[in-house]
Design a protein around this ligand. Structure first.
Ligand code: CTP
Ligand code: MG
Length: 240
């Protein structure tokens, strides 16, 4: 097990429609650098990570301007139509540098507040696991199922419901095979776990921090700024 490596894959080829900004949200400025630079730095500064693959859109004019420098190998893959296509492309690039048994941590570019402790926990809980798993948080609001008229049909049992976050961690070979098969069979895949579920596996839920938010709507940027400032103010924080 000593030679097992861990790689980060960061899909960053979305357009950020819900954000309604003048550029894709991964290029918005946040606490001194772009959202994407924060997300990359989270893995570049984590000692367990061997290297990083970022998927960026081929007509992305912002990426070249960033001129990102990292300590670890950083590879670029072309983005795809859906998030899962971007991940498939990134895994193809990663396969030139990694083995089938290496672990991949797939992480949304739009989650810049990921803490090192969450990466630690994920690796600790999953390294000996046969399937892999994801960071998640338990649902805390009461959940409603709507009817056709937009009225409440019933209350869903909240017990046992989780929000799926990232990173999502799986062996490279198993993840690639699952995504490939789901794509070939036209299955709708929203995250890596759903590809593994599609091929009959049950990924593990690993409880993560609630401040690992995905920047989705305009108000989320201020919230992310607040979380990053809080982290910077904590004693003994190694700066990413
Ligand atoms: N993503 C990607 N390739 C796509 C679509 C999304 O790499 N074809 C990435 C985004 O850049 C983001 C992550 O997947 O980091 C999560 O997706 P989401 O939050 O939905 O981002 P967008 O698709 O950009 O936003 P929206 O859905 O509002 O357009
Ligand atoms: Mg999207």
């Amino acid at each position: 097990m000593t030679d097992t490596r861990y790689w980060a894959v960061i899909p960053a080829a979305g357009v950020g429609k819900r954000m309604r900004a003048d550029r894709p949200k991964q290029y918005l400025s946040l606490h001194g650098k772009t959202v994407l630079e924060h997300s990359i730095a989270r893995f570049d500064s984590h000692p367990a990570i061997a290297g990083i693959v970022v998927a960026v859109s081929e007509d992305d004019g912002y990426w070249p301007d960033l001129a990102i420098r990292t300590r670890k190998p950083l590879h670029v893959a072309p983005g795809g139509k859906e998030r899962s296509d971007s991940v498939i492309n990134a895994l193809a690039v990663l396969a030139r540098h990694a083995t089938e048994d290496d672990w991949v941590l797939v992480h949304d570019a739009a989650r810049p507040c990921l803490r090192p402790s969450d990466i630690d926990r994920l690796i600790e809980r999953l390294s000996a696991d046969a399937v892999g798993g994801i960071l998640a948080t338990p649902v805390r609001d009461t959940m409603k199922r709507q009817d056709d008229a937009g009225r409440i049909q019933r209350t869903e049992e909240r017990e046992g419901l989780w929000h799926a976050l990232t990173p999502q961690m799986f062996p490279l070979g198993a993840l690639r095979a699952a995504l490939q098969r789901a794509a070939e069979e036209g299955a709708v895949i929203t995250d890596e776990a759903s590809a593994l579920e599609y091929v009959g596996q049950s990924p593990l839920l690993v409880e993560g921090r609630g401040d690992n938010i995905k920047i989705t709507r305009p108000e989320d940027l201020a919230l992310a700024e607040f979380f990053l400032r809080q982290e910077a103010a904590e004693p003994n924080q190694e700066q990413a």
